[in-house]
Design a protein around this ligand. Sequence first.
Ligand code: SF4
Length: 469
Amino acid sequence: MSMFKDIPVDVGVIYEGERIRRKDMYVELGGPDVKEKFELARVKKPEEIEDGRVTIIGPDIKDMEEGKTYPLGILIEVAGAKLEPELEGVIERRIHAYCNFIEGFMHLNQRYDIWLRLSKKSFEKGLNSFDFIGKVLHRLFKSELPIIEKMQVTFITDAEKVRGLYDEALQIYDARDARARGLKDEEVDKFYGCVLCQSFAPTHCCVITPQRYSNCGAISWFDGRAAASIDPKGPVFTIERGELLDPVKGEYSGVDEAVKKRTLGEITKVWLYTAFGYPHTSCGCFEGVAFYIPEVDGFGIVHRGYKDVTVNGLPFSTLADSTAGGRQVDGFHGISIEYMRSQKFLQADGGWKRVVWMPKEVKERVKDFIPAELADKIATEEQAKTIDELKTFLKERNHPVVESWKEEAVAVEEAAPAEAKEEAPMIPVATAATLPITAGGFKIILKDAKIYAKKVIIRSMKSEKSEKR
Ligand code: SF4
């Protein structure tokens, strides 16, 4: 039974976080197999909006073939006496939450990266038109954000039309991000927190500062301020930044306190500008991952849209799994593209001087923000496909990380007197904020665990099987 009588499925907070697997889906909209997709909110004049109107351009759900993937554009147009264009980003981010309130309807990511699935079960219950989804969005937006007086929703599934609007949407996102640049973290006394993604990652809390854009890349400090003022009880809230405890790592007393409270004590400390120690947690909506490559002592970066494997042989999805879940994982760091344009970007780890590899597409997007002397020292997939190729490239170009290889070699030699050489070095094999182990009917939870081993044996499952045979 639905909270809305004219909607064939239930709608409510309890459906947030619901995952729909491929085998259970009726159709998929957007996602990794579709290049062009987007969601966009625009503030318009009242006379331009027909309140409650839902428009569908292209095939509706009932015209779609079961099991297939379709492009999608979602356009939310709103009007209201107190609505400013500055609120567009905040309104747009709520599409994620409100779509997820719908039973059997999953929404992931944001902006140009959206990925939705409708379950077979909900389709069979009658959720066979965007008209229902538009109605739910209209009601939830208007009841949760009364500042919206009029709203119309357009769903675009016609591939040509989505393509046409996609470029326009990218320009709008870029302009929004540019507006938020320039302000420094030290110049404000308030940061903003967001817990919208706790439905997927219960211990995640984004800390949004002028120089550390949200992980999803959809909420700037200005958006945070606007969201907290129009909906103070909502998922975006004010953080009094407090005392600056560490200017390099980026630790603020107010941030530690707020995050501890919002994660129910799970995360007690956050260093905003590093991927080690107490890094900012990562939910799952991050636009990219910065991953540490121990072999070269540098960072690789990969964005969600990158289809190939990265330079360490792992694809985005595997790196994202190691990063996500609201944990603080050493060397696996969820980031937004906009954070890469910040002067505080991985500041404590060396910033751009520590970045060694990234896909050409991301490099192109942030090229104006990479220090000129480093631009041709950072490899893309065109220059390095393996760690060996990367090492050669970095050496040839004299990347700053190469210096640390020499220092390390000297340090190892100096620190290894003859008698100590008998002991094999301990190798870190796992680091986790929370590490559950199930054994003998008990569940043991290790907090802030670092596990070291004398020897790590990596054996392929195939060879194990053939050994057993
Ligand atoms: S990634 Fe962060 S800022 Fe973006 S919606 Fe999730 S919690 Fe909020």
